[in-house]
Design a binder for this molecule. Structure first.
Ligand code: NAD
Length: 281
């Protein structure tokens, strides 16, 4: 069994983004800029945004965080996004999810200029992904694809089972795998018999938010298992959606939690923001 080291790969991606930023500064006098909208007091969101801001600083981006109370109106959020759409120093706009209940998330995401949509959640970019066109792709699944590339894992004709079908994880993951010519099965909470699907797969990619959902008897010998889940235990430690201790013994490759997909998400956000800055007119 080989561990897929997301921490090391994320560092490699960040180093290449730093080099790209330096080049862009020298050649075009452009400093990539990222704006983050953080609404409410969700501790996990605050911690993610802090990590993102730190990563931006490290690679030499200009970054601003709009910290707003959860009582803020939808119109005020929209006005802030429009301001960022029109700000020439901002290349990427990220709205940290989840949003407060009174806010229509789909509506908010549609206000973001698709050329600044570094999270890849705007329907325009989702459409481009599904049709196999270039655009911005959601950072977490994009990070998983980068892992496959780094470890020379060929996806063509592989049977892949994606567990979880959210707009930000499972669905874009399935599209990327399909574009890479894998045979993709997408499963979710209403799937009748999850094990039937996972146990036939060459590769299992799971992102659901249920600790230990994927057990030893649900994967075949030699399978590749990618664990996107991040679940916080009572003692504060993090675990994924895979019963790592038992499943890892059967795998050819597996990602750990922490230190697997998590660090890749931030690295790909940096990479997407650099891409947006390179496209500045
Ligand atoms: P979500 O709640 O929006 O979606 C969960 C999906 O899992 C749904 O499609 C649901 O049908 C499915 N599901 C739930 N229980 C299931 C079960 N018992 N069997 C099969 N499918 C089931 O969640 P999300 O935003 O997609 O996040 C999923 C997980 O990924 C969470 O643990 C989250 O913390 C993690 N996540 C990690 C990163 C990262 O950077 N590594 C990024 C985003 C999300």
């Amino acid at each position: 069994m080989q561990l897929i080291d997301g921490k090391a790969l994320a560092k490699k991606v960040q180093d290449s983004v730093s080099t790209g930023v330096e080049q862009l500064k020298q050649e075009k006098n452009i400093v990539p800029g990222l704006a983050v909208l953080l609404i409410g007091d969700d501790p996990a969101s605050h911690s993610y945004v802090k990590m993102k801001a730190k990563a931006c600083e490290k690679v030499g981006f200009y970054s601003i965080t709009h910290n707003m109370p959860d009582t803020i109106s939808q119109d005020e959020i929209i006005a802030t996004i429009e301001m960022m759409n029109n700000n020439p120093r901002i290349d990427g706009i990220l709205v940290q999810l989840p949003l407060p209940k009174h806010v229509d998330t789909d509506k908010i995401l549609e206000v973001i200029d698709p050329t600044k949509d570094v999270d890849g959640f705007h329907p325009y970019n989702v459409g481009r992904l599904v049709t196999g066109l270039d655009g911005f792709v959601a950072c977490t699944p994009l990070g998983v694809m980068k892992m496959f590339e780094e470890y020379n894992i060929d996806l063509k004709s592989k049977d892949v089972c994606v567990v979880g079908a959210s707009n930000i994880v499972g669905k874009p993951m399935a599209s990327l795998l399909l574009n890479a010519e894998a045979t993709v099965t997408v499963t979710h909470i209403f799937t009748k018999d999850l094990k039937t699907h996972t146990s036939k797969a060459d590769i299992v990619v799971v992102g659901v938010g249920v600790p230990g959902l994927i057990k030893e008897d649900m994967v075949k010998d030699g399978a590749i298992v990618i664990d996107i889940g991040i679940n916080r235990r009572e003692d504060g430690s993090l675990v994924g959606d895979v019963d790592f201790a038992n499943v890892s013994a059967k795998c050819s490759y597996i990602t750990p939690v922490p230190g697997g997909v998590g660090p890749m998400t931030i690295a790909m956000l940096l990479s997407n923001t650099l891409k947006a800055a390179k496209g500045r007119i």
